[in-house]
Design a protein around this ligand. Sequence first.
Ligand code: AQP
Length: 332
Amino acid sequence: MNQRVLSGIQPTGSIHLGNYLGAIKNWVAFQKDHDSLFCIVNLHALTTGFGSPAQLREHVRLTAACYIACGIDPNTSAIFAQSQVTGHSELAWLLGCLTPLGWLNRMTQFKDKAGKHKEQASLGLYGYPVLMAADILLYKATHVPVGADQKQHLELARDIAGAFNAQVGKDYFPLPEPCIMGTSTRVMSLRDGTQKMSKSDPSEASRIHMTDDADTIAQKIRKAKTDSALIPATWDELEGRPEAQNLVQMLSTLENQTPQQILNTYAGQNFAPFKARLIEVLQETLNPISGKIHELMTQDQAFLETCLAQGAEKARTLATKHMHEIHGLIGL
Ligand code: AQP
C-alpha cells in the first residue's frame, strides 16, 4: 500500500514554535519519502465562530507562506486550503452518520474549549474530530504527524475508519498511524508551563511566533517564566518544575540533543547562560524562516496563490477518486 502523509494547521493566527517543533519540522522530514499533503484547515478555524473574511484569507496565505518557509516543498507536497476540496465536508457528514455520540463525548478538547458553556458551543466544535477524521481518510492517509494534543482525535479517526470498514465489509480505509515524534511533542506556554503554547492564548508573550524578529525572540525568552532553583543534573529532579522542563525540552530539540545532554551542560547553573544559548539557537533557526515568510507575504503573493491552486488541484484529484469509490460502497 502507498504510504501517504496528511496533516494540517488551523489558520487562526501566526504559526508558533509549538506548531513548528510538534508538527511542521516532522512534516519536512516525512515529505522526502512519502506522498504528502499539507492542508490549511480553514473549515476547522470556523468551529469557534466566523470572524473577518479578509483576515481568514490572509491567515490562509500566511500559513502557506510559513509551510514553505519552514521547508515544505510545494513542488512535491500538496499545500492547499481545506475549503477548496469539497470532499472534506461531504465525507465528514458521511462519517458523522457512523460516529456514536458516546465516542464524541469522551473528547477532552471539546470539554476544554466549550468549558462551562457547553449548551452554547456549536455543533461544528462538537463535530471537529469527525471533520479531522474526514481530512485524513479522504486521502486514505497512512501517517499523520501531529503534536501530542491531537492523540485522542487520531485514535477516534482510527475507530471511525474501523467502523466504516466494518459497515461496508471491506478494509477500504487504512487505519492512520499517529506520528507524535521527538522531545517537543507538547510545547508549553512561556508564561505558564502547565498550559499548551497555542495561537488562541491572549498573551503574545506566551509563545514565539515563526515571524518574530531577533529582538522579540530575545525579549520573550528573557521574560519566560522559570523558578529560582538552579538547573539540576537529572531529568527526575525537574519534577514539579513545568516551566524549566519546557525550556530544557525546547533547547534539546533545537540542538538535536537529549534533555539529559542539555542538563549535563548546564547543571548547577542559574537560567541566565541557558537562556542566552536558547535565544541564540532560536534566532539561528527562526531568522531565515521569518525572513522567507516576510518575502513571500510582501513580494510573492502570486506565487503563494499558485502554490495553493496547484496543491488544491492535486488534492482534489485524489479526493474525487476516493469519494466516487465511497459513494459506490454506500450506495449513493
Ligand atoms: N504547543 C504545541 N506543541 C506541540 N505541537 C503543537 N501543535 C499545536 N500546538 C502545539 C500541533 O500543531 C498542529 C496544528 O494545531 P492547531 O492548528 O490546532 O494549533 P494551535 O496553535 O493549538 O491552534 P489554536 O487555534 O490556538 O487552537 P487551540 O486553542 O485549540 O490550541 C497540530 O499537529 C498540533 O498537534
